[in-house]
Write a new protein. Sequence first.
Length: 202
Amino acid sequence: MFGLTGAQLLIAALLLSLTWFLIKILWSHQESSTPASPLRRSLTITVDIDAAADRVWKKVVDWERQGEWMFATSVWLAPGSVRHGVGAEVVAYTGPGAKRASASNLPLARIFGGFIDHMVIVQWEPPVRCEVLHVGKVVRGVGVFEVQPLTDQRARFIWSEVVELPFGYLGALGWPLIALGTRVAVKFSLNRLASTFKSNPA
């Protein structure tokens, strides 16, 4: 399903759980240590989609429906935020109980590995590019959504992150595991995004 077997999906879930656990441990150390210039690492994942670029764009910036294709994630607008454009604030919860999560209902299961990702849009170029600044306690850095038209009915979606690693070089040591878990989960999500257009080609 969505390009991954059941075994691969189980591995993805385990890797993501380990990733969340590692991130929480690193940030607990970071908050009690002296601030330093953060180390950064980048990650880029792409998927080609059988749909026009404008349809892909509308789908990926429909914040509340991102949970339909994002792995173990629910997304909503921050209270009082505008919906789109520079300055809009988007919040995502990733982890156990994500499908029932909302701004007013964060699952208790988050203590076992879930985390909140608070984002502020800093660049808005529809229907091509959205850049966000991650400003939460767990995820910090810059994320970018890009949609590139390939033909009239085919587009490439690019998900890029430049992540600020917590706890200096200890965070750098943990980055390979974090990157692997994130890459598997995001690739699964992007494959699922692409599949939504195959099931609804109109």
